[in-house]
Design a protein around this ligand. Structure first.
Ligand SMILES: *Cc1c(COP(=O)(O)O)cnc(C)c1O
Length: 403
């Protein structure tokens, strides 16, 4: 027991911090959306800017996406087919998957979220169905997202599982030398900051046939031509030794998750996923409203507007970096971890910022390593420069007072 997970222990560890967060009024804030990452709290009417929203391009409130979602559900007259998609599906589901496949140049199947995509895809890879029928040694990066780690017990029932230190390419190469088949499971962009060493990993793939499994929840839309993310930007086109899952709830601004199964036209993989991919077989499809938004977002990804939003995002990232130095400084990604070390200080700082109209997420062990409690900040294209400036100045002033 507890070879991979221990929910009771994790709950005990994190409870303390969640209690403090809740007491500080930073937990379960019920709001009305005001657009552009701004909210009004229902309970006290306070208006604030969300400094920890993962809608990096502001697409979640883009009028075109919102309108497309409403139109799609009204046009279909139903949210779901109310039967497994394997048997009967709406045309909008086929259209959305074809549109995503075209945009990303990959064979794409969709599901209700990125977490459901992990549930669907990891056991398939572990089973050996994507690696010539032989289960690979499944190597997880220690910092891989919770939704990947949570699958370890089920992955371990199909294949041998091991975990390496964060971004430890050397350790991974050793394992590639010792094992005929290896699959590496990692985030493209880590939710607590930083990214996978994609180029190095591709070198191992070239040399040893390493299978790569990436979670691009924060990479897709955010960076790369037409929002292709950090992995596809480096790879060019996806190959048959790579599988990528992503969220369509974050930068993409719509709803759902997607599995990039391999190169476009990988019909066998598609069939395997549809027939054996756990949640893909149940009611975990994106509903009609979400599909409408997905289609509108794909269209928007092909326009100059996307490039423009990515540029504005980069300007806000650079502006933040000009004020505050973090480990992620200069990496061109929107996630910044301001390490404060102390959990109490972190919550007090977040509380003071909230009083000034800025919501920021305190994070702590086990979301981040012990002793690295701090604020997780996420820059967006639709933040005003004056707001970024004011936020940074307050953060700097109070952080220094804490120190
Ligand atoms: C948020 C997140 C997920 C989960 O995405 P959902 O679409 O909300 O299920 C997966 N991986 C990473 C790295 C994330 O940050």
């Amino acid at each position: 027991m507890h070879a991979f997970l221990n929910v009771k222990k994790s709950a005990e560890v994190s409870d303390v911090f969640w209690d403090v967060t809740e007491e500080a009024g930073l937990f379960d804030v019920v709001v009305k959306g005001l657009g552009d990452g701004e909210h009004r709290a229902i309970d006290d009417g306070r208006e604030f800017i969300n400094m920890s929203s993962y809608s990096y391009l502001g697409l979640d409130t883009h009028p075109k996406l919102v309108r497309a979602a409403a139109d799609a559900v009204l046009a279909e007259g139903a949210l779901n087919t109310s039967t497994s998609r394997m048997r009967v599906r709406f045309e909008s589901l086929r259209n959305a998957e074809e549109a995503l496949s075209g945009l990303l140049d990959a064979e794409v199947v969709t599901v209700a979220s990125c977490a459901a995509a992990a549930w669907a895809a990891l056991p398939l890879v572990a089973s050996g169905l994507f690696t010539d029928g032989e289960p690979p040694l499944m190597v997880f990066d220690r910092n891989a997202h919770f939704c990947l780690n949570a699958m370890k017990p089920s992955v371990a029932d199909e294949a041998e599982v091991t975990t390496v230190r964060h971004n430890d390419v050397e350790a991974l190469e050793e394992l590639c030398k010792q094992h005929k088949r290896v699959a590496y499971v990692a985030d493209g962009v880590y939710s607590t900051g930083g990214q996978a060493p994609v180029r190095e990993l591709l070198r191992l793939q070239e040399k040893y046939g390493l299978f790569l499994f990436f979670d691009e929840a924060h990479g897709i839309s955010t960076v790369g031509e037409r929002g292709r993310g950090v992995v596809l930007s480096e790879m060019g086109e996806i190959n048959d030794r790579t599988l990528i899952i992503t969220s369509l709830n974050k930068g993409f601004g719509a709803s759902g998750g997607a599995v990039l199964l391999g190169p476009r036209g990988s019909a066998r993989r598609r069939t395997l996923a549809i027939r054996n991919g756990g949640p893909i077989m149940w009611s975990q499809r994106i509903n009609t409203a979400g599909l409408g938004a997905v289609l509108a977002s794909v269209e928007l990804h092909k326009t100059e507007e996307l490039t423009d939003l990515q540029r504005r995002l980069q300007e806000n990232i650079a502006l933040f970096d000009s004020h505050i130095t973090t480990e992620q400084h200069g990496d061109g990604l929107p996630i910044r971890h301001v390490n404060l070390g102390d959990e109490g200080a972190t919550v007090r700082l977040a509380q003071r910022l909230f009083e000034e109209g800025f919501y920021s997420s305190p994070i702590f062990f086990p979301v981040i390593g012990r002793g690295k409690a701090g604020l997780r900040l996420m820059l967006r294209a639709n933040m005003q420069k004056a707001d970024v400036d004011r936020f940074c100045l307050l953060l700097k002033k109070w952080r220094d007072q804490l120190g």
